[in-house]
Design a protein around this ligand. Structure first.
Ligand SMILES: Cc1ncc(COP(=O)(O)O)c(C=O)c1O
Length: 366
């Protein structure tokens, strides 16, 4: 049948449904990113809900290995998109889910999790060391005993989290070709470490640029309250492999929120604040090196943030509205010298403990 006949059939409503679409398989249809070209050397992998990919990979592997069996409960700690990814997969696969979260969990996301059948438990107080994250992990331990034998996906330490992104790297390589620089936010470390390692199977020189936020311990800053969520951490996840990263950037909330608005206005991409953060850094990388192909990971869409960081009135009320975005970072040689707003450090694929030492005692930069 030629194209015109197919079009006519589609208009008449009689076009056959493509055979590759599985019944009820909303997860398979949503988990891979759209690849978008933003500038001649800048691409973005735009996810609807990035965490759907590791959630599906971890749960389906556990089912295949017999670690997650009918009747067992899935128990996890999350205040963001990993919980949503798990809730979508457990709803489709028919497993009960208990999520331990904290007061930053917004009402619309909570409603969506509960609609998908998850039981959500909020831990009200932070632990004296390790903040809400520590308190959540402690409560998770109690709940997993209550539901024993429960299955705990452990996104922070499960190697299947980074492993899920090998498929993204292969898709990018097939559609775009070799990538010189990968840029993305780091929370559990899964997406950046997994995609970087996957891309390096095709091109070992691919650089990995981490985007973190101030008051996150991931790259050597002291823990503290963070307004920008989704990236950063109060504890060190096993899935952050520090020697993956060539550069690290720390962004403030106002800069990330401003960049998210610009991403929408300039490219009609309606994404969440961590995508704005990744775009600010990737755009700077792409303009600085016009001969390099840069790929940014955009983790989720903007709907969830529309009444908060996506709203100019909310930004003004909270003193986070920027009229002019910074054009370049402040470069430091030591995490102790970050100033706030937008800082950058050449990380040089160092191991984690190195950053705590004075510069002359550190391993040489590779
Ligand atoms: C919206 C958003 N962006 C980025 C990240 C960071 O991804 P990863 O945990 O793979 O490091 C997360 C992590 O939860 C997230 O929720």
């Amino acid at each position: 049948m030629n194209g015109r006949a197919l079009n006519r059939q589609a208009l008449n409503g009689t076009a056959p449904v493509a055979r590759s679409v599985g019944i009820g398989d909303a997860v398979a249809a949503t988990e891979m990113p759209r690849l978008v070209r933003l500038e001649h050397n800048l691409y973005a992998a735009c996810f609807t809900v990035m965490k759907l990919l590791p959630a599906r990979h971890i749960l389906d592997t556990a089912i295949a290995r017999g670690e997650l069996r009918p009747g067992m409960t899935v128990v996890e700690t999350s205040s963001g998109t990993f919980g949503l990814g798990l809730a979508m997969v457990t709803a489709l696969r028919g497993y009960p889910l208990v999520l331990v979260s904290d007061p930053v969990l917004d009402a619309p996301l909570r409603a969506r999790l509960e609609d998908l059948g998850a039981r959500v438990e909020i831990v009200p107080e932070p632990a004296p060391v390790g903040g809400h994250q520590r308190a959540r992990l402690d409560r998770l331990d109690e709940i997993r005993k209550e539901y024993a034998p429960a299955f705990v996906p452990s996104q922070y330490d499960n190697p299947l989290n980074p492993d899920a992104y090998t498929a993204v790297a292969d898709l990018v390589h097939e559609r775009i070709g070799p990538v010189d620089t990968l840029v993305g936010c780091v929370g559990s470390g899964g997406s950046m470490c997994g995609t970087a390692h996957g891309l390096r199977r095709h091109r070992p020189e691919t650089r990995a640029v981490a985007v973190d936020t101030h008051h996150s311990v991931l790259f050597g800053l002291p823990d503290g309250p963070r307004t920008l969520r989704g990236l950063g951490n109060s504890l060190m996840p096993g899935n952050v492999e520090h020697d993956t990263f060539d550069d690290v950037h720390w962004l403030g909330a106002a800069e990330a929120f401003g960049a998210t608005g610009r991403l929408h206005r300039d490219h009609a991409l309606f994404m969440g604040p961590t995508s704005g953060a990744a775009h600010l850094v990737a755009r700077w990388e792409a303009r600085r090196h016009p001969d390099r192909t840069v790929l940014a990971l955009f983790a989720d869409e903007g709907h969830r943030y529309q009444s908060t960081s996506g709203d100019p009135h909310w930004l003004r009320r909270h003193g986070l509205h920027l009229t002019v975005l910074p054009t370049e970072p402040h470069t430091v040689t030591d995490p102790a010298r970050v100033r706030g707003h937008w800082d950058r450090m050449v990380w040089g694929r160092r191991a984690a403990p190195d950053v705590a030492r004075p510069p002359h005692e550190r391993a040489p930069v590779r």
